[in-house]
Design a protein around this ligand. Structure first.
Ligand SMILES: [Zn+2]
Length: 50
């Protein structure tokens, strides 16, 4: 089980994402970004590609 925060993945908040692998964590991050964007959170609107 891996845990990385939104912030660890280049995002603007500290929400923790959990997954079996790095891919799962990144998928969880992508879902989180999309859901936050839908909810009107502009800070999550574009994927961070640092
Ligand atoms: Zn976030």
């Amino acid at each position: 089980m891996k845990t990385m925060t939104c912030s660890d993945l280049g995002g603007p908040c500290e929400l923790a994402h959990h997954g079996e692998s790095a891919d799962d964590v990144i998928n969880a991050r992508d879902r989180h970004l999309k859901e936050a964007e839908k909810a009107g959170d502009a800070t999550h609107g574009r994927p961070a590609t640092r």
